[in-house]
Design a protein around this ligand. Sequence first.
Ligand SMILES: *Cc1c(COP(=O)(O)O)cnc(C)c1O
Length: 714
Amino acid sequence: MEPKPMEYRNLPPRLAGLAEIASNLWWSWHPAARMLYKNLDRQVWKESTHNPVKVLRELAAEALTVAATDPAYLARYDAVLERLRKELAEEDCWCDEKISVPVDYTVAYFSAEYGLHHSLPFYAGGLGFLAGDHIKEASDLRIPLVAVGFMYPEGYVMQHIRDDGWQESVDQTLDRDATAITRVLDAEGRQVVVKVPFIEPPIHVAVWKVDVGRIPLYLMDTDIEANDPWNRGISERLYIGDRELRLRQEIVLGIGGDEVLDTLGVHRSILHLNEGHPAFALLERIREKVQDEGLSFEEAARQVRNTSIFTTHTPVAAGHDVFPFDLMEKYFRSYWPSLGLSRDEFFRLGVNPADPRAGFNMTVMALKLSAFRNGVSLRHGEVTRRMWQSLWPEAAPERVPIDSITNGIHVPTWIEPKMELLFDRWLGPDWIERHDDPAVWENVAKIPDEDLWKTHYWLKIKLVDAVRERVRQRWSRDRISTSKVLAGGTLLDPSVLTVGFARRFAAYKRADLIFRDRERLKRMLNDRWRPLQIIFAGKAHPADDEGKQILQRVYRMAEDPEMGGRIAFVEDYGEQFAQYLVHGVDVWLNNPLPPFEASGTSGMKAALNGVPQLSILDGWWVEGYNGKNGWAVDGREGTGDRDGADAAAIYTLLEKEIIPLYYRVSQDGVPHGWVAVMKEAIRSNAPRFSTRRMVREYLDRFYVPALQAVKEWK
Ligand SMILES: *Cc1c(COP(=O)(O)O)cnc(C)c1O
């Protein structure tokens, strides 16, 4: 197959760079780059769901010819292209000043999922967006990093809600040629295919690449002819339920991923594991040192440990893979001798002392073989130290060597472009370059209340329009029932105080908590003068029936006429709708059961855009809440009924504080008290909960010390 740019038959030479820009996801966080495609043809842009590759493939030649002779368009085109090329060519790493010797310091970052853009559906939820935002930030900070993950050709599961409110999944096969993905080719021009070492019968993976600014993300795909049918399905979809298939998936991710980097000749000295799924990569690094450098297992493990970072993301037990020993034996029998280990020694790497018979625990292995370990918020750090105390029985709980680095979001990705313009004006034109500096955000105070409010209100209208447009299409195209049209948000009103709740429907997130006392909620929804409306979105994992039941309960509320059309459920939550939602609602609701929310990141996206939180004190909000930038729910003091107490605390906050504040509008039409909370949310949360702050912490606290270890033995 031809490389992609050749396919853009209509592209005039003067605009050849549009193919170059489209091929690098850099466009996704640079509005000026996106505008180049949008301005060619707004309708095609919309139909492409904001995907430059599709625009170039589908656009009529005429629009391009016109653009190629429009001086204003060409000037913007030239500027964007120059900026892209300049940024990609820059050599100096932000970290250079911290590393005195020229060791090859590439970080290999492994993750089972990446949330980058909705045109690349390789994600399930927060873990994926964290990984995507991490590598975008590594690009911005010019940190040398390569990322490894899976292709998931069937990964895109569209959510449809049945008439009875039950979630159904509609599989959609990814059109690889309609997104910014390229085949990685060898010297002969054939796609690189790698055999996963030591696994019989053999598994092969084809290698694809997504360019994320300066960062290459290599994606493995097992759906190729070299594999037998069973193996072809390994990378079919995310988080397969079947234990054996799941194990094979993780073998491919960790061991195959490492082999891919070797095959491509990528030198790297640091390994960063995003969650335990890719932890077999640690074993593969050790095996190479044992076999190629002749080291003992102990010495090889010591070197690998001192250069490996393991980030754990959840206190929920199901988030930590444990494989039965007999299954491990089946796949690793020929592997452990190559490490210089006996069967027992090998198994001990994955045994949880608190539950030794459970099986081989990926998190335990990752904790044992990485010297740098962290949870993803201060609170999650504490919870994780307690959770794994049995691995360090001699240590007091607070001394368990697991650190924390609080999550953040990639600011250029999640700032809404209109809001960005407002910030450009009042925070200084270079605010985005210095956005992790709290001093920059003191200038939020200067933004006139009216301007911030108008911008926000405009975004809320956009959100409501987008919701209605979705149901309108479903109605006219798919003939869904009128009650579903109403449940989908037809009656939403932008003037009404709007609460947003969107995330995965895992049980601990308690999506239906707000319906705990239906009468009390109904009074607020149906208040004649000061009503409330709530927009829900999110998917349950296809195998999670409990999550689907919660979703069904929420959906039935959206359909219930007694709720007055003020509850909406928007189907098929993904990156694109998340953008509308975190930009456009008035309040971001989060009410998980503590301590299960490790961090949460969607609320950070909302806060950046001036949307305050109404959230349980768990995850990042423990650090984020300051008494003036939103509301903290803490129902702990109540009875033994935690759900009831938390729900009551939410109702009381809504009735006594949030609703009155929102509707206290001055003569000039602006709710100044409300805008003060919006401003405080931006000022206090934006710099801290950014991936700029986060990745710099990983660099200072983990990557640089890990490099010191490399220096030692080089
Ligand atoms: C940010 C994001 C998430 C993660 O949200 P949490 O608050 O961490 O649960 C999930 N899905 C999408 C589409 C997102 O953009």
